[in-house]
Design a protein around this ligand. Structure first.
Ligand code: IPE
Ligand code: IPE
Ligand code: MG
Length: 257
C-alpha cells in the first residue's frame, strides 16, 4: 500500500473532522458474530483514528457514538453499548492525558445510565486540563434534540429579559448549541456505505465537505483516514464565491471587489 500520509499537504489539513461511525453491526454479522462484537471492534478503530489525527496535529475530532434514536434499539444492544462505553472511558483516560487530549461530550447526558454518566463526568474533569487535542463524543445526541434545547433556552432568556430578540445573530444561535466551544467541522466522514446524515450536526455541517466510504467502521484504519483527508484536499471550498475568487490572491480579490 502506498504511503498515503506522505502525500498529505500539512498546510491544508481539516481543523475539525466529524465522523459518523457506522457499520459495526453488519460487519460483525458478516463474520458470524453478534452485533456487540462489532461495537467492541469499533473501539479499536476509535483508537487508531485518534492516533492518526494526533500524528497530523488535527485539533478537533467529533465522533457520533450513540444517537437519540439509538435508544430504540433492542435492550440487550443498548445495555451492551453502555457497558462498553463505561469500560472504554475507564481504560482510556490515562491515554487521553498522556497525549494531551481533552474529552468533551455533546448530547443529553441526563438520559445515560447513572454509572455511565458518572464515569463520563469524571473523565471530563480528569482531562479538563489538556490543551492540545479535543475529542468530542456525541452521546445520546441528535441535532433536533440540540436545536430544540437551544430554542427553549433562547426563548427562556428572551422571556426573562436577558436577550433582546432584535439582537439575535447567527453567533447567538451558535452560543446556544452544544458545540458552542468548537469550530464547525471541515470534513464529515460516514462509513458503511450509507449516504445520509442521521440527525448529526445539521446546523454545524453547513459548509463541511462530505466524504462517504463503503468501508465499515471496524475496518476503518489510519490509512482510510489519510485517504479521506487526501480526498478533502482535492476539493474546492468556495463558500458561495466563484472559482476565480478562490484562486486569486487575497490582495487582488480586494482590488477587484
Ligand atoms: C454504528 O454501527 C454504531 C452505532 C450506531 C452505535 P451500527 O450499530 O449502526 O451498525 P450497522 O449500521 O447496523 O451495521
Ligand atoms: C448513526 O448510525 C448514529 C451513530 C453512528 C451513532 P445509525 O446506524 O443509527 O443510523 P441509521 O439508523 O442507519 O440512519
Ligand atoms: Mg448503522
Amino acid at each position: 500500500m502506498p504511503d498515503l500520509k506522505e502525500n498529505i499537504d500539512l498546510t491544508k489539513l481539516p481543523y475539525h473532522i466529524a465522523i459518523i461511525m457506522d457499520g459495526n453491526g453488519r460487519w460483525a454479522k458478516d463474520k458470524g458474530h453478534d452485533r456487540l462484537y462489532g461495537h467492541y471492534q469499533g473501539v479499536e478503530s476509535v483508537r487508531n483514528i485518534l492516533e492518526g489525527c494526533a500524528e497530523l496535529n488535527i485539533p478537533y475530532l467529533t465522533l457520533y457514538a450513540f444517537s437519540t434514536e439509538n435508544w430504540d434499539r433492542p435492550k440487550d444492544e443498548v445495555d451492551g453499548l453502555m457497558e462498553l462505553l463505561v469500560d472504554t472511558i475507564r481504560k482510556e483516560v490515562a491515554t487521553l492525558n498522556k497525549n494531551n487530549i481533552k474529552l468533551h461530550v455533546i448530547g443529553d447526558m441526563s438520559t445515560l445510565p447513572p454509572v455511565a454518566k458518572k464515569e463520563l463526568e469524571e473523565a471530563l474533569v480528569e482531562t479538563s486540563h489538556n490543551t492540545k487535542f479535543n475529542l468530542i463524543l456525541a452521546l445520546s445526541y441528535s441535532s433536533r434534540w440540540e436545536l430544540l434545547n437551544a430554542i427553549k433556552n433562547i426563548a427562556r432568556d428572551v422571556k426573562n429579559g436577558n436577550l433582546d430578540p432584535d439582537e439575535i445573530e447567527q453567533e447567538t444561535i451558535q452560543k446556544y448549541l452544544a458545540t458552542s466551544n468548537f469550530p464547525d467541522p471541515d470534513l464529515l466522514i460516514r462509513t458503511s456505505g450509507e449516504y445520509r446524515i442521521s440527525n448529526f450536526l445539521l446546523y454545524q455541517l453547513a459548509y463541511a465537505e462530505l466524504y462517504f466510504t463503503a468501508t465499515r467502521w471496524p475496518d476503518f484504519g489510519k490509512e482510510c483516514l489519510f485517504e479521506a483527508i487526501l480526498d478533502f484536499q482535492r476539493r474546492r471550498r468556495r463558500f458561495g464565491k466563484t472559482d476565480e475568487q478562490i484562486t486569486l490572491p487575497q490582495q487582488k480579490q480586494v482590488l477587484h471587489s
